[in-house]
Design a protein around this ligand. Structure first.
Ligand code: HEM
Length: 411
């Protein structure tokens, strides 16, 4: 297949449902290939992607590299502007300044201290899950656990009231269209509407915390913003609260769904975890490699003379990093298409690398380990009730629905 054909196919539903054959076709073109028409290079090799993520010669795209007619189509205060005002899309020195304000909430010690509370939340949600499926009725794992669990945890951490949380699944779903590869900017309309709603929500909540601070991350960031000393602007406050909320659950929701589907396909693995023969952490790491919730990211060459694997990439040109393909790179993994939680030396690029290395990786890993340990223990007979449906997404890969029965015969 030609490079453009592969890219086009990845943007359409069959390719998004199962991108792995397309990644294999891309790998045939080499670990790095160019699509000059789009000023784009595509990377499929594990080591090359790892190198780009860590290289100071590459960073997030700057608006200066985009044609004015594209910039003009972005809605002021909309999805693209919100994401690009957050640390996810910032370059040094702004990135370093803002990330250091947030990272204290995510130190390994703080995250480990959350384990008892997270265990309790998982237990309560599985109680409800069990009640819903007690008569052998199908229950949607995505709606009743995979969404509710991480959203509860991140909202507790940020300080978001319980009654507000149900809106967040559709809002996050709409907003994250802005992270996808899209061929038509009008598709951003729902993402822009979601960004506007989240902005209004966080502005109101910040005002409340300003008047009455609490012991939560929103209050802490509002105080930094109030100091008015250039550490955190109003726009950065709202953009990063939005990022933390959305990044804090959408990806973890997908890790839980992708993991359960794999466990149902490989019942001996769930049994191995239950019996203590397979560490639950190893199961989670293999899910992250085999069917990663984040399939790709991109970087732009920030300097002249930037190189990937010895090939020069001109300043302003983009490199698409296909982590989902790198995770099946035979140069890095033995039998890459086999799901094997006990494979040695199983490191993935699921959480990125370098200065943008996922701030929430410790939290996401802890949540997934706690959830799967409880799930396999409590529901040894769990099985699929219907064919699961994938979200129509490539970048954030997950299921829309995953209906299961907890005991008895599946429908
Ligand atoms: C399985 C779950 C998760 C996955 C797979 C994931 C993946 C990623 C990836 C790949 C990046 C880097 C993107 C890039 O380099 O372009 C990233 C960044 C980030 N993630 Fe996560 N993430 C997960 C969970 C979380 C959670 C739970 C939180 C928050 C509590 C979080 C917050 C962030 C933030 C704030 C960044 C931006 C960091 C920066 O740019 O410095 N993530 N994540």
């Amino acid at each position: 297949m030609e490079p453009q054909e592969i890219l086009g196919a990845l943007m359409r539903p069959p390719g998004r449902d199962d991108p792995y054959p397309l990644y294999a076709a891309a790998r045939q073109l080499g670990p790095l290939f160019a699509i000059p028409e789009f000023n784009l290079h595509v990377c499929t090799g594990f080591e090359l992607i790892n190198g780009v993520l860590r290289s100071p010669d590459f960073g997030k795209y700057e608006f200066e590299y985009l044609p004015q007619e594209v910039i003009d189509q972005y809605v002021e205060g909309g999805s693209v502007h919100t994401i690009s005002s957050s640390i996810l899309d910032a370059n040094p020195p702004d990135h370093r300044r803002v990330r250091s304000l947030i990272s204290s909430a995510f130190t390994p010690r703080r995250i480990a201290g959350l384990a008892p509370a997270i265990t309790r939340v998982a237990g309560e949600l599985f109680d409800e899950f069990e009640r819903l499926g007690a008569q052998g009725d199908p229950v949607d794992f995505m709606e009743y656990f995979a969404f509710r669990f991480p959203v509860t945890v991140i909202c507790e951490l940020l300080g978001i009231p319980e009654q507000d949380r149900v809106r967040f699944r559709p809002l996050a779903h709409d907003l994250t269209v802005a992270l996808e590869l899209i061929d038509d900017l009008t598709k951003l309309a729902p993402a822009d509407a979601a960004a506007a709603e989240l902005r209004a929500y966080f502005e109101k909540l910040s005002e409340q915390r300003r008047a009455q601070p609490e012991d939560d991350l929103i209050s802490a960031l509002v105080q930094v913003n109030d100091a008015d000393d250039g550490r955190l602007s109003d726009g950065e406050l709202i953009a990063n609260l939005t990022l933390l909320l959305v990044a804090g659950f959408e990806t973890t929701t997908n890790l839980l769904g992708n993991g359960l589907e794999l466990a149902l396909k490989h019942p001996h693995v769930a049994e191995g975890v239950r019996k203590g023969e397979i560490p639950v952490a190893a199961f989670v790491e293999e899910v992250l490699r085999f069917d990663s919730p984040v399939q790709l990211t991109s970087r732009t060459a920030l300097t002249d003379g930037a190189k990937v694997g010895g090939k020069e990439v001109k300043r302003g040109e983009q490199v698409m990093l296909l982590m989902g393909a790198a995770h099946r790179d035979p140069a890095r993994f033995t039998d890459p298409d086999t799901f094997d939680p006990l494979r040695p030396d199983n490191t993935s690029l699921s959480f990125g690398g370098g200065i943008h290395y996922c701030l929430g990786q410790g939290l996401a890993r802890l949540e997934a380990q706690i959830a799967f340990a409880q799930l396999f223990e409590r529901f040894p007979e769990i099985r699929l009730a219907a064919e699961p449906t994938r979200s129509d997404r490539l970048v954030l890969r997950g299921y829309e629905t995953l209906e299961v029965v907890l005991q008895g015969a599946a429908a």
